[in-house]
Write a protein that binds this ligand. Sequence first.
Ligand code: KIV
Length: 268
Amino acid sequence: MSVPVKIRRTTVPQIRARKGKEPIVSLTSYHAHTAAIVDKYADFILVGDSLGMVMHGMESTIGVTLDLMIMHGAAVVRGTQRALVVVDMPFGSYEESPAVAFRNAARVMKETGCGAVKLEGGTRMAETIRFLTERGIPVMAHIGLTPQSSHVMGGFKTQGRDQADWAKHEADAVAVTEAGAFALVLEGMVEPLAAKISKQIEIPTIGIGASAECDGQILVLEDMLGLNPTPPKFVKVYGDLGDGIERAVKSYAQEVKSRVFPSDKNTY
Ligand code: KIV
């Protein structure tokens, strides 16, 4: 009798150890079927709060709830076997205090089975990152353009265009590293600043619109698949799923109208 081989998931220490080595591949995913495909190629999968906009048509990530993140996080964990699954903490679920952050992050870990959480913010979140990591919750940090603060930042703007701002971003990167984050997302950041931060800290930097100077890259899956009609400028689009889906739906509609029903054979 053959014993099924248990596939081991990529661990937080394995991602951490990739600093300066083979680039880390990552994509977002919010549902089981796409996650199963991404799982074959990604080192980690992020269940990002961008799901509010991508899956639920929200205007920003502000309205995303903890329950929504848990529902999609659990689906992605169920659909995958090998990638580390990281779930975003949504706006309002962690900023109030380290204790509130712990309670909510623990719920995310228990109810999804994910391996780590991600939260936005640098120096101001360092105490919370330390509180979580010391209590068994691995944290991926996220600085630069932080969409949950877009109202304060005045929109989605590339960070670091003015060199006078660099010290703040560098201090953020150092603070989250010292607090125990195992990796750091740099979003919407000019290349020389992303390069400087990546050299400065000992944890891997994961860029999104932050150049190839980072230790890895993440994209929103739907953006790179061609499902978003207006993807951000920095995104390379690798697929044409939007057109593909439209072609398929159009053929289906035409066939049904011509009474070529897919259920014609009456078998299930
Ligand atoms: O929510 C998300 O998808 C993210 C990535 C853009 C990093 O945070």
